[in-house]
Design a protein around this ligand. Structure first.
Ligand code: GLY
Length: 383
């Protein structure tokens, strides 16, 4: 599936064309070097195999997502072959089970489901459905939410829900479309409705973590999570909400999801206006230190382009223009196009209080590539 409505011209188009040329050179070199290794954050310009350290890690599908996007855009088989090997490596997690959590969507939408969508591989379909059942199994029907993470010796997380999970529920929509069984979709809709009611704030911002009473869904606490503090506004969480709601609209055509995505988008655009279109890691943190997060920019740009696909032609340009501004700002300040250097976009921040601030992170590159290919009409839908 390729987008059809978004077209850019003039100076933005020239920037896009030259960036796509650099992307093709860079990704071809990276694929030849990295292959079925599973990258996360490079050290001294080199990725290590994060999958060998933690096969369950939530980011382990993004490299495969980059490879499938590039395969779709170029038909170069090296991308498909490497992605298929990553998918097989993830079987250790799929069957190991214990380390899995709500991020089954991030892991298998960009591996097995992408493979099935693009090649029709029946083994990949089975993997995708298996992953969807794992995600559906985390649904709490009393509270109407998909629980986040797992409990450990110190914390019972039976009532935890996070805004990030909006990006996982497209796996459930896919499973319903694939099986013609509405159960998965109903879980996805109930979860999105709970997020709408409890997690998104009326001003267009979002909490990160909600702690609910697992017996009835009553909101108990809203801790700060990966942002600066409770009540602050972690920018990647805002981007998850923006794009996640736009995707829920894509799969259901429910206008309240699109309206929510637009509220989040307007808030996100307003909060990047005074920082040259580059999001800070948290929109409600002290003025110093200045910490950017380009992963939030790239994810938000994809969400803005998803909204642009959903609205009428006279409403579209505001969202496309904002996406282009954010992508250009991130590229100008933080991109490294040197083919021998692993990773493209620096400036990613894992969490506000993290040692990994303004570094390249694999999901920043995934969303950057998806956005560039969306703008050029060459992307494939992986959500
Ligand atoms: N989903 C975890 C994160 O955004 O860092």
């Amino acid at each position: 599936m390729t987008n059809t409505h978004i077209r850019i011209s003039g100076e933005s188009r020239e920037w896009l064309d030259s960036t796509l040329e650099k992307l093709k050179v860079k990704m071809s070199a990276e694929c030849a070097r990295i292959g079925s290794s599973i990258p996360y954050i490079p050290v001294n310009g080199r990725y290590e195999d994060w999958g060998a350290k933690n096969i369950y890690w939530w980011t382990n599908g993004f490299w495969s997502g980059m490879l499938w996007q590039m395969y779709h855009a170029t038909q170069d088989s090296q991308y498909r072959e490497a992605a298929q090997q990553v998918e097989e490596r993830l079987d250790e997690a799929l069957h190991g089970f214990d380390g899995l959590d709500h991020d089954a969507g991030f892991l298998w939408l960009h591996t097995a489901v992408a493979n099935y969508r693009l090649t029709g591989n029946p083994r990949s379909r089975t993997r995708g459905l298996h992953a969807a059942n794992i995600l559906a199994g985390r649904y709490n029907p009393a509270g109407k939410f998909i629980r986040a993470w797992n409990s450990d010796e110190t914390t019972n997380r039976a009532g935890w829900m996070i805004v990030d999970c909006l990006m996982n529920i497209p796996l459930l929509h896919w499973a319903s479309e694939e099986t013609q069984d509405p159960r998965y979709r109903d879980i996805a809709i109930n979860h999105a409705d709970t997020v709408l009611r409890t997690t998104l704030r009326a001003d267009g911002s979002s909490h990160h973590i909600l702690i609910l009473d697992p017996n009835d869904g009553t909101v108990l606490e809203t801790p700060g999570g990966q942002g600066f503090a409770a009540g602050s506004s972690w920018s990647r969480g805002q981007a998850w909400a923006l794009y996640g709601m736009a995707l829920s609209h894509k799969h259901t055509e429910k206008n309240e999801y699109l309206d929510a995505a637009k509220r989040m988008a307007h808030y996100f655009i307003a909060n990047t206006a005074s920082t040259n279109d580059l999001p800070l890691a948290d929109f409600r943190a002290p003025a110093e230190p200045v910490v950017y997060d380009t992963t939030a920019a790239a994810c938000a740009a994809c969400g803005l382009l998803e909204i642009a696909e959903a609205v009428g032609e006279h409403e579209r340009s505001m969202y496309v223009d904002a996406a282009v501004r954010m992508l250009r700002a991130a590229e100008q300040k933080f991109a490294n196009w040197e083919p021998e250097h692993d990773s493209i976009l620096g400036g990613g921040t894992v969490a506000y209080f993290s040692d990994e601030r303004e570094v390249p992170i694999i999901y920043g590159d995934y969303f950057f590539i998806e956005a560039l290919l969306r703008l050029s009409g060459q992307s494939t839908h992986l959500w």
